[in-house]
Design a protein around this ligand. Structure first.
Ligand SMILES: Cc1ncc(COP(=O)(O)O)c(C=O)c1O
Length: 223
């Protein structure tokens, strides 16, 4: 499935949990680590769905004042964990997961996202963005969706539409096409490929057309 507006590999899900679980499992091996805030939805509020799909990979909490990952702490933790993992006794740092809007209601700017993107690139990790409220983040940050994602080093995003006007329509967007891998098999195996998918997907076309998603989000943000 390709996104109608950006031609990126995209697949729809009915829940944000399914989007996170499938995105993270596709880019994280069973011996990997996902760095995220302790209170991230994926780590704390999804009843271990991502862990279950990742078959053993685990979350490690990164100091995250106001819900935002601190890039310096992240860098240090990955450096230490990477050294340890070279002995094959420890998990391998593979993935970072941030949320924008965060679970604390704060918003990463493009520069803040890029600072985490730089750490991710430095260590060769994959940067996942939980965008359950991404429209609200774009509206609040006042920059383009690209500046908050691929231009800042985000590789894959769980793009939420349900919390901003759609009904049971979420998408996983791979900005880094080389990471798509076996996503489609995981997607079907998880029961997320609805036989009337077009009815769910059509919502996303309407959601994106004429900046409907940004208008809804600005209204919800009280702007
Ligand atoms: C940040 C964040 N990510 C993911 C989800 C998961 O969405 P769903 O309830 O559709 O599984 C939520 C839901 O509240 C959320 O707040």
């Amino acid at each position: 499935v390709y996104c109608c507006c950006c031609c990126l590999p995209t697949a729809g899900q009915a829940t944000g949990t399914a989007a996170n679980m499938l995105a993270l499992a596709t880019v994280t091996p069973p011996y990997g680590v996902v760095y995220s805030p302790a209170g991230s939805h994926a780590a704390s509020d999804e009843c271990n769905a991502p862990e279950s799909a990742m078959s053993g990979a685990k979350f490690i909490a990164v100091p995250s004042p106001d819900g935002k990952v601190d890039p310096a702490s992240l860098d240090e933790m990955i450096t230490n964990n990477r050294e340890a993992s070279e002995k094959y006794f420890h998990s391998l740092p593979t993935t970072i997961s941030i949320t924008n809007v965060t679970e604390a209601g704060t918003v990463y700017s493009a520069a803040e996202t890029a600072a985490i993107g730089a750490v991710s690139k430095k260590h060769g990790l994959v940067l996942h963005l939980d965008g359950a409220r991404f429209g609200n983040a774009v509206a609040a940050a006042g920059c383009s969706p690209a500046e908050l994602t691929w231009k800042a080093g985000v590789d894959v995003m769980s793009f939420g539409c349900t919390k901003n006007g759609a009904m049971a329509a979420e998408a996983v967007v791979f900005f880094n096409r080389s990471l798509v891998g076996d996503f489609r098999y995981r997607y079907k195996r998880a029961g997320q490929l609805w036989c009337k998918m077009r009815y769910l997907s059509a919502q996303i076309e309407g959601y994106l057309a004429n900046d409907c998603w940004i208008k809804n989000a600005s209204h919800a943000n009280g702007e």
